[in-house]
Design a binder for this molecule. Structure first.
Ligand code: SAH
Ligand code: SF4
Ligand code: F3S
Length: 432
């Protein structure tokens, strides 16, 4: 019925949105297309994490409404965290929008589309009791790329003072392990060899007495699944069993994204992170004790309300000690409705200057980590064609892109590669 309709989805924000976009596309029954010109429906899957992210959505909507002049039947929808945070206000600000759907209501998309196609508007930002993934239709059993996301946990109960996620995604909910194992087996049957388990606080996963570590151990038993990753973790949810898994589950890749946000105890306290810098460093020591080669990555916020130069210096000191393999850093952005939004803000110029200093250091460490790979031999999962013909790009155990000479028929294979060169964001290797 809907198969002849075309859907263009543009995804912003985190990996969970990438996963959700796929599931939404399945749920509509529309055929996805790569450009808005050809579409019957345009859906923006949005992010509200920083002011810029949210503003981008409105400028994109302004641009897209012109397509409605060419095609009056075109429908425009907004999903994701801006949809949840702003609801009907989106339509007041941009009347070209026909549909607004929050992240916990995606399973209601088919009815909402029917409403929209009948010429009405549809808005749903409820947090229903039922699990949306139980009710979202699956698409045809198409072959998949070698690496896939699988959302295992959603929502956040942490309420960091700067963050909108607990409001846009709701309370922490873990999906039942049996369903996740079935979905993982299905992915493997479709050619997936690496699964990246997703959650806003993925290591807070708890379903009956299943922890994330237990889920990982069970997933590791699936033949044909070669690699398991997970993201994003909170330091306070790093259980002993998960740390142990890094030591003895071979399929669990040696990479851990463990955001700390700041190296200053007073800022951490003001952020409501509920741990100190020392506790974080001690945690990393325990993880490195079982997996010495683990690559660590983190997130940082500079210029959080109240941050003094000495606090910022503590963040630099922490980074110097940890030497992250990769890191993401941001200027604090006040988000309406969050506790920190009403506090006295750090001067914008100071934020800019601190961010530049932090990024200079993080980039240097990342580059050193990249260079330390040269001369090593490591398993690389070949994923897709590279920039040049006869080239494939793959992934190292440490989540680095590796460019190698190989044909497209090698996609999904894990090869031993000798690393010959490094750049800031990628490596070059040869099959040995
Ligand atoms: N659940 C994860 C991350 C969620 S958001 C965690 O707890 O770490 C991803 C990153 O965006 C955060 O780690 C933080 O560094 C950044 N971020 C969140 N809110 C922000 C804000 N208001 N201003 C600037 N950066 C923010
Ligand atoms: Fe946001 Fe904090 Fe929850 Fe992460 S743990 S999603 S930063 S509130
Ligand atoms: Fe953005 Fe929502 Fe993800 S605010 S980072 S899309 S959870």
């Amino acid at each position: 019925m809907a198969a002849d309709k075309k859907l263009y989805i543009k995804t912003y924000g985190c990996q969970m949105n990438v996963y959700d976009s796929e599931r939404m596309a399945d749920a509509t029954g529309y055929q996805t297309v790569d450009s808005p010109e050809a579409a019957d429906m345009i859906l923006l899957n949005t992010c509200h994490i920083r002011e810029k992210a949210a503003e981008k959505v409105y400028s994109e909507l302004g641009r897209l409404k012109q397509f409605k002049q060419a095609n009056p039947d075109l429908k425009i929808g907004v999903a994701g965290c801006v949809a949840q945070a702003e609801g009907a206000e989106i339509i007041s600000r941009q009347p070209a929008v026909d549909l607004v759907v929050g992240p916990q209501a995606y399973h209601r998309l088919p009815e909402m589309l029917a409403q929209v196609n009948a010429g009405e508007r549809a808005i749903d930002t409820d947090f229903p009791e039922e699990d949306k993934f139980d009710h979202l239709p699956r698409g045809p059993k198409a072959r998949r790329a070698p690496s896939a996301f699988l959302t295992v946990q959603e929502g956040c109960d942490k309420f960091c003072a700067f963050c909108v996620v607990p409001y846009t995604r709701g309370a922490e909910v873990s999906r039942p392990p049996a369903r996740l194992l079935a979905e993982a087996r299905d992915l493997v049957e479709r050619g997936v060899v690496e699964i990246n388990l997703l959650g806003q606080n993925v290591n807070a996963y708890l379903a009956d007495d299943w922890t994330l570590a237990r889920l990982i151990r069970e997933l590791a038993k699936i033949d044909g699944l070669a690699r398991i990753r997970y993201t994003t973790s909170h330091p306070n949810d790093m259980g002993d069993d998960l740390i142990a898994a890094h030591g003895d589950v071979e399929k669990l890749m040696p990479y851990l994204h463990l955001p700390v946000q700041s190296g200053s105890d007073s800022v951490l306290k003001a952020m409501n992170r509920r741990h100190t810098a020392r506790e974080y460093l001690e945690l990393l020591e325990r993880i490195r004790a079982v997996r010495p080669d683990i690559a660590l990555s983190g997130d940082f916020i500079v210029g959080f309300p109240g941050e003094q130069e000495a606090d910022f210096q503590a963040t630099l000191d922490l980074c110097e000690q940890v030497r992250y393999a990769a890191a993401f850093s941001f200027k604090y952005s006040a988000r309406p409705g969050t506790p920190a939004a009403d506090r006295a803000h750090v001067d914008e110029g100071v934020k800019t200057e601190r961010l530049a200093r932090l990024q200079e250091m993080l980039t240097r460490h990342q580059y050193e980590f990249q260079q330390s790979m040269v001369g090593k031999t490591m398993p690389v999962l070949l994923e897709k064609p590279g920039r040049d013909p006869g080239q494939m790009v793959g992934k190292s155990p440490y989540l680095q892109a590796v460019f190698m000479d190989a044909g497209p028929e090698m996609a999904g294979r894990i090869v031993q590669a000798s690393i010959t060169r490094s750049a800031r964001n990628s490596l070059a290797g040869e099959i040995v």
